[in-house]
Design a protein around this ligand. Sequence first.
Ligand code: ATP
Length: 444
Amino acid sequence: MEKIVSLCKRRGFIMQSSEIYGGLNGCWDYGPLGTELKRNLKDFWWRRMVRERDDIVGMDGSILMNRQVWVASGHEATFSDPMVDCRSCKSRLRADQLPEKDGKLHCPVCGSFDLTEARAFNLMFKTYVGATEDESAITYLRPETAQAIFVQFKNVLEVSRKKVPFGIAQIGKAFRNEINPRNFTFRSREFEQMELEYFCRPEDGVELLEYWLKERLKFYEDVGISSDLLHVHKIPPEERAHYSQGTYDIEFHFPFGVQELEGVAYRTDYDLSQHQKASGKSLEYFDEETGQHFVPHVVEPSAGVDRTVLALICAAFCEETITDQKGKAETRTVLKFHPRMAPIKCGIFPLLKNNERLVGQAREIVESLRPHMMVFYDESGAIGRRYRRQDEVGTPFGVTVDFDTIGENGPSNQGTVTIRERDSMKQVRVPIGELKSFLVDRIN
Ligand code: ATP
């Protein structure tokens, strides 16, 4: 994990928030490459969940909402974790995550057994809307994106003219004042979620839960997280939320343990019914086929963007020993991202930087590819070093413009470039005119 964190900082994937002021615990900034990676993940989720389907539409709700939303959803009363204090070192700890020694819970920081009783700590960030800081102005930064979907259910249903089963998808920020943020970005205080609320008839909920679990597992496969790194944890009935009729956690083998990436839950009609009761507005659906009015049930796949980005990096991280042309062994650090997720799709290199024709041709290729993908031009250092720099950030293809390309070695390879593939390090020659389609076919 240390190596991954250091690579993330060194190459501009993820940095500490407010670093020059000593940081802010639980908050992270994404640098140039991390931002691309995150964007690729969100775009692909949106493509799979919304654009490629007839039955799902998108929305983008506000982060601040009427306080009554959080009263009705149950968050104000119960969205809390059990907290204890260590009397010796004063650490604040999550009571349900304490290590045990000789059958007794103790402080993971100093080892002391002198802990306070657990008490509930509400995870929502409280704030005031408007100029008066009194009780009537209180609201919260949303701790999940889902509630905006539930409270806009009727409006979206009307404008989209969908029939059940249908879903509303959303990607956005969520905030939780976690007692103990840790494991890099895994548990942050500010993070992003990708959530789908899939509304259905009550009798279809159980089957749709299984359907969505399968769909979501396929998604991870399609972004390059192989199934052997995933684990499905079926939450036993006694541990599920009281309204849930089935919940799965999709977990990932992080270097720090097997931990949740996404929850897929059948939430019955709990959320819509709560908002219907509290707001006094009907959130029923009229079924034209049966002539019945009912509150739809919902299946919710809820994934964390940041946790998935971290999983993508952990799954891709690889150190290989390779032997160079002189027979010397060296370590190659590679991020073996799926080309679809890779922040930079293609590195473009003129063999020499002081040859105008090589540089001119390489620059022309850069301009022709730019509208279609993220590319990176690099002319400095030996070509092997340039390949390594791109390997380390997961660029799947490297294009080199050499003397064959510009016809200096005869006409046979003129107008062709070499494409080097990151994982196999194999090279093929491709005509410049075919470069775009070669790459586009592989990054989509
Ligand atoms: P955990 O048990 O790890 O706190 P949770 O079960 O409370 O998570 P949900 O409320 O189901 O999480 O949220 C859905 C998803 O949002 C999670 O699967 C996770 O990917 C993401 N998520 C939740 N809390 C955080 C956090 N503090 N930092 C980063 N991602 C988070």
